[in-house]
Design a protein around this ligand. Structure first.
Ligand SMILES: [Mg+2]
Length: 185
C-alpha cells in the first residue's frame, strides 16, 4: 500500500473499462467486453495496493430497458473477465436515475463509497472516465481527475469540456496511460 499519494481509484465503466456499444445499452452479459489494455491497467493499480471502485450511471434502468438483476449479471461478467488479471473490484456503485444527487455529474455515489469504506480520503483519490460528467463528479467529491479522450470520441469530449469550462487534471488517450500516470502521481 502506498504511504502517500493516491490510494483509491474511482473508475467510470462504459468507455473506460469496457467498450461502448454505439447507441445501445449493455443489457446482456455477453455484450460486455473489456477495452484493450483495461485488465492490465487495473492489475497494475491493484498490485500497487489501490482500492478500485466503479461509479457508473445506468439510466437504462429508469428507462425500463433493463433491471437491477440484469445489471448484476453484467457486473458478474465484468468480475469474471477481470479475475484472470488478478483484479477484484472493491466496489461497484450505480445510479439508475437519469438525474439526481447520485447520478454523475453529481457526486452522490462517491459519498456512498465513502460510507462503505471510511478510509477513503478524496484528496488521495482519482476519478478516471471518458466523459465530462465523470470529471465533474470526481471534482465535486474532491478527487483528482483524469479524462480519457480516446481516438473515437476524444475530440468531441475535449470540446465539451472546454465549453463547460471543466478542467481535468490530466487528459490521457487510454486507461493504460491513465493507470501509469496514477502510479507516478
Ligand atoms: Mg463512460
Amino acid at each position: 500500500m502506498s504511504v502517500r499519494g493516491i490510494d483509491t481509484v474511482f473508475l467510470d465503466r462504459d468507455g473506460t473499462i469496457n467498450t461502448r456499444l454505439a447507441g445501445e445499452w449493455i443489457v446482456r452479459p455477453e455484450q460486455f467486453e473489456l477495452l484493450p489494455g483495461a485488465g492490465e491497467a487495473l492489475a497494475r493499480l491493484k498490485r500497487a495496493g489501490m482500492r478500485l471502485i466503479v461509479i457508473t450511471n445506468q439510466r437504462g434502468i429508469e428507462l425500463a430497458l433493463f433491471d437491477e438483476a440484469q445489471l448484476a449479471r453484467v457486473h458478474e461478467r465484468m468480475a469474471a473477465l477481470l479475475l484472470p488479471f488478478g483484479v477484484a473490484l472493491d466496489g461497484v456503485y450505480f445510479s439508475a436515475a437519469g438525474k439526481g444527487p447520485r447520478t454523475k455529474p453529481e457526486a452522490g455515489m462517491f459519498f456512498d463509497a465513502k460510507r462503505d469504506f471510511p478510509a477513503i480520503d478524496f484528496s488521495r483519490s482519482v476519478m478516471i472516465g471518458d466523459a465530462v460528467r465523470d470529471v465533474e463528479a470526481g471534482a465535486k467529491a474532491g478527487c483528482r481527475t483524469v479524462l480519457i479522450a480516446d481516438e473515437a470520441h476524444g475530440a468531441e469530449v475535449l470540446r465539451e469540456a472546454e465549453e463547460k469550462r471543466v478542467k481535468p487534471d490530466f487528459v490521457v488517450k487510454t486507461i493504460g496511460e491513465g493507470a501509469d500516470l496514477i502510479l507516478r502521481w
